[in-house]
Write a protein that binds this ligand. Structure first.
Ligand code: UDP
Length: 310
């Protein structure tokens, strides 16, 4: 397939590009490098089946040729990034999704949107199934990301219903692995960085809030399976192994053997209290479930951070 992929220099976009190329496809990767980094795709520079275009997909653009699949991953995704760039985040989910939906496609082509568990907001249903409509504060600090992705899902469904486009929507839960930015504020790089430097591990709130972490290779496998499925409604892709942030901090202490103590800091506004995917649909429709254990995934991630340390 000839594939157009936005967000190619990002954490997940670069891993997905690698997998698509390994599977024999051609990838044209777009990125405006707002939160992505060319370092993530430097190894693809001499790859004949990969081409990079510096492009903000929120701006009008002409994609060269036609595509068998259009994959829209571009967006700031860490709370720190989307709080720093709220307008850009809203635009890439709205105008950017519209622009990607309008890209020239070959007959019977596919469109995949990477959406998010943030569509569920601070959920009142637990674990979260795709049928849950969510509990999002439309004017809170996280709304730029949550509402942007909810709009992206809505316009994707509109193109599916109105124009018969074959669309796929992945709701991605917390994902980690090599190529995350050490300073993007997310809890996995933050705790690992602190542990590796022997400085206090910063748990927000009382640490009772939960998350469920999925290793990036599992996530990419789920996205590929979804792309090749027949499913137009959203599918959760995430690892259901849930833990509190306090347990996670203690786990990092144990895994790294760090002397870092745990330090408590204020909880950010609207921070979801519990998050765990119900992956029944992914299991049933895609035959997918995560395989990489937390210890194994974190070991790979630590090795990456150590290899890139200045
Ligand atoms: N968190 C924390 N310490 C940090 C960074 C994050 O305790 O240094 C918490 C944060 O409050 C949230 C969870 O870890 O409850 C996951 O945060 P992250 O920013 O990784 O992603 P989110 O799931 O909130 O989008």
């Amino acid at each position: 397939m000839r594939i157009l992929l936005s967000g190619a220099a990002g954490f997940i976009g670069s891993h997905l590009s690698d997998r698509l190329i390994a599977d024999g496809h051609h990838v044209v990767g777009l990125d405006n490098l707002l939160s992505g980094n060319l370092r993530n795709i430097a190894h693809l520079e001499s790859e004949p089946r990969f081409a990079f275009r510096h492009q903000d997909v929120s701006q009008p653009f002409q994609a060269e040729g036609t595509f068998d699949a259009v994959l829209h991953l571009a967006s700031p995704a860490s709370p720190k990034d989307y709080l720093d760039y709220p307008v850009e985040t809203l635009l890439v989910g709205s105008v950017g999704t519209r622009n990607m939906l309008e890209c020239p496609v070959a007959g019977n082509s596919l469109f995949l949107l990477t959406s998010t568990s943030e569509c569920y907001g601070d959920p009142t249903e637990h674990p979260q199934r795709e049928t849950y409509w969510g509990n999002v504060n439309p004017v809170g600090p996280r709304s730029c990301y949550d509402e942007s992705k909810r709009f992206a899902e809505a316009i994707t469904m509109a193109y599916h219903r109105r124009f018969g486009l074959r669309t796929r929507i992945a709701r991605i839960f917390n994902t980690y692995g090599p190529r995350m930015k050490l300073n993007d504020g997310r809890v996995v790089p933050a705790f690992l960085d602190q542990a590796l430097h022997g400085v206090p591990i910063t748990v927000f709130g009382d640490g009772s809030q939960t998350r469920s972490f999925c290793y990036v290779s599992d996530l990419v496998d789920g996205l590929i399976r979804l792309l090749h499925s027949q499913e137009s409604y959203p599918v959760n892709i995430g690892n259901p192994q849930e833990m509190t942030m306090r347990e996670f901090a203690e786990y990092i202490q144990e895994l790294t053997g760090t002397p870092s103590p745990i330090e408590f800091h204020p909880l950010p506004e609207d921070d979801p209290k519990r998050r765990q995917p119900d992956i029944t649909r992914a299991k049933t429709l895609l035959g997918w479930e995560p395989k990489v254990a937390l210890r194994e995934g974190l070991t790979q991630t630590i090795a990456y951070f150590q290899s890139t340390a200045d």
